[in-house]
Design a binder for this molecule. Sequence first.
Ligand code: F6P
Length: 340
Amino acid sequence: MKIGILSGGGDCGGINALIRAAVHQGEKYGYEMTGIRRGWAGLVEPDTVSLTYEDVEDIVSEGGTILLTSRTNPYKKEGGPELVMKNVKKLGLDALLVIGGEDTQGVAHRLASAGLKFVAAPKTMDNDLSETDVTFGFDSAVNVAVEAIDRVRTTGESHERVMVVEVMGRDAGWVAVHAGIACGAHVVLAPEEPVDLDEVCSVLERRKRAGKKFSLIVAAEGARLANASQSTVGQKLDQFGHPVLRGIGALLASEVTERTGLEAREVVLGHLVRGGPPSAFDRVYATRLGAAAVDLIREGKSDVMVALHGDEVIQVPVEKALKPRKVSLSLLKLAQSFGR
Ligand code: F6P
């Protein structure tokens, strides 16, 4: 058996731990393990590397992905899907281990009807896949965000400023909500709900009247101001149709100052929270996923994703996992309730 491993979309903590565990498990069964470089790009134009446990044994703590990644979508290229299938055959790959989020797994799911055999692993710091308790990469991102925001807090407190921290999260505000709660944010803003500037400013004004000029706002990049004159959505789209989101932090900071007279500063955490060494949780979780994915391939399973349910790693249909998972309104309300 020959298994190809690819990672696509944004990187996050834990991908290398997963690759390491998968290679380890594959070798146990005598399988040949092949790394595909730059996600689907490495199958559109074959770019592969042979992987032995010796190659990967020391990468459990490394951030990023040794296989590199891209947002290449074979369906955006004339004859792309056919090329991928042709190359899978040419490379002699019996099955793929697809490490990705909604976009990367979506491609694999579509290719399944053309005969692709694969098992997917839920990779994304955004935590926006369904049918799993959590995606790997999320815990690492939240921990780095919390460490950074704790630092933003002390300088903000000292200068009696409103500090606006912008974190990644295009369609779901998981990182903003978790980091916001963990850091004691007074305002938490997520894409799940349009931002009401009057409400935001009333929290800040109330605190100001109580003698507290410092406030902490944590906003997901995908949070949108209702009736904003300035768009935070870039014009350029990636191959999966996603725009680059930019500027909600800056917009909020300037609006806050204009409306309340409070001094405000914005900090964009961006890629800082996606890179770097994964958390211990993600290292262990990704290791379990990698081993389980190879076991499922061995059992002949396909078009399924390894997932965490309580203490167990199980398999779920990819089609179900791809349903976007949003932050519940009750969790968002809890996060927003500390602005007193
Ligand atoms: O990995 C998903 C994500 O983190 C989104 O939250 C964010 O909008 C996007 O990646 C940014 O990715 P990049 O700038 O690397 O293309």
